[in-house]
Design a protein around this ligand. Structure first.
Ligand code: BTN
Length: 240
């Protein structure tokens, strides 16, 4: 992996998208000052200070889109969870790709694909933000329950060390993951999955589906059973 450090930027994802032609395959674009971070579903990602991670991995695995690429966020989730566990905390994955500790969000992922007009793939951008050292007052101003690794461990966290751990782990899996797909990490993902065997409401575009989350499929989809005993296999959505 190559690294591209930016002193200050509005959004590492936006930067990577706009310059995807010039950024080589397997490059980590990162900053410690992100002024207009973006989240999933048109949300924003708050800037929580210079001791946290704001990064985007640029990947160019092929010219054509493949289903497995949409599972790369789940690979990144497992890798982030493994990195957190090295600090002796217990992260949970909120399907599809949030990481939470004791019900509070500690990391989020925003994946974007850049394609040509004819539908060819120019690159995938896997953006992730990690709360490593966020002051308590700053966390309280975030619009959803959030935490930070320093608060969970009581220690200051070295951001360079954490980023390196995540990228090294990601590289260890990446080639095999492209060949074998989600099944390679299925058990690692499921073991940490929050809400499995619970009743959930999942927002899919403008619809909400309620049911019991019974499984994660071999493709990384969430399997629900609703009150009428009907099965739903969800590839995208947001657990409310
Ligand atoms: C989410 O939880 O909704 C996803 C948040 C993703 C935030 C990261 S920070 C680095 C990268 N650049 C962005 O603008 N967003 C992602």
């Amino acid at each position: 992996m190559d690294y591209l450090y930016l002193e200050e930027i509005d959004s590492t994802n936006k930067y990577a998208k706009e310059r995807v032609n010039d950024i080589p395959d397997r490059t980590v674009v990162y900053t410690y000052k992100q002024t207009a971070g973006r989240g999933r579903l048109q949300r924003k990602w708050n800037y929580t200070g210079e001791n946290n991670i704001y990064a985007s991995i640029v990947l160019k695995p092929s010219d054509e889109m493949r289903d497995v690429y949409s599972n790369l966020t789940q690979l990144l989730c497992v890798v982030l969870a493994e990195a957190f566990e090295e600090y002796n905390i217990n992260p949970k994955i909120k399907w599809p790709n949030d990481i939470r500790v004791n019900g509070k969000k500690i990391s989020g992922i925003l994946a974007e694909a850049v394609t040509t007009q004819n539908g060819f793939l120019k690159g995938l951008i896997l953006g992730f933000g990690v709360n490593l050292n966020v002051p308590k007052e700053v966390l309280e101003n975030i619009d959803q329950p959030a935490t930070s690794l320093n608060l969970e461990t009581g220690k200051f966290i070295d951001k360079e060390v954490f980023l390196q751990k995540v990228i090294n782990k990601f590289c260890l899996y990446y080639n095999r993951f492209l060949e074998e797909g989600f099944i390679l990490i299925k058990e690692d993902y499921k073991r940490r999955a929050e809400f499995l065997n619970n009743d959930v409401a999942v927002k899919v575009f403008d619809k909400t589906i309620e049911g019991k989350a019974i499984d994660i499929t071999d493709n990384g989809a969430l399997k629900l059973v609703d009150k009428a005993n009907k099965e739903h296999i969800l590839l995208i959505g947001d657990i409310l």
